[in-house]
Design a protein around this ligand. Sequence first.
Ligand code: BTN
Length: 249
Amino acid sequence: MEPKTVNTLSEVIILPEVTSTNDILWQRFSQGQLGPAACIAETQTAGRGRRGDVWQSPAVGNLYLSLFWPHCAEQARHGLSIAVGISLINTLKQSGINQLALKWPNDVLHKRQKLAGILVESRFNTRQYTVVGIGLNFKLPEATQTLIQQPSTSLEQLCDPVPCRNWLAGKILQNMIETIELFEHRGLTDFLPLWPQYDALHEQAITLIDGAQKSTAIACGINDQGELRYLQNNEIKLLSNSHISIRFT
Ligand code: BTN
């Protein structure tokens, strides 16, 4: 079946300060019918990442962007973050930013330093609704860098000239919408063959961190649900998009 093309958003909400751009879209959703919509903010006072992490969101010209999508199916849970990550990397490549990879399931890295993060949230209310949030560092002031737990980078450090934020936001949204439409119809079918070239963990030694417990493994790609395959104790195991975090060993 040909993917249905939705080229327009019902709303693009642009605000100076929000708690979280994801929150704004969930609030708008709870107030009534909402078609595909986006929210972009200059700063977030409670930006969040996966596993309840804080997403530092200073007003320094970074991109904090969310997309509400009213049709996404249950399968979205694991695979969507992968599909959107590939789409985001492709959009950044079109701006001349290379050597990017996706660290399963949601970190866009440049040489193991985090440039962007993706947060997929879903709610069920007779059907599945999804908000996909993207945080992309344009600038990383020292004060912010010290608050972030992992090695990070920004477009300012990677390219000169830095692409125009509004232009890039438009491209990211446009490509993300096309990607979600494709994903809705075909799941990860079209993304799986591409995965090895995007996979930051490709056959790497990794450490799985579950609270105080740590174990090592070898990453072995993903399955068609977007779950991480890893080799541990001579057995291939699967990891869902859960509370477990992954580090390079
Ligand atoms: C992660 O790396 O864990 C995901 C980070 C996602 C951050 C973005 S910024 C826009 C949107 N609003 C949020 O509160 N989070 C996402």
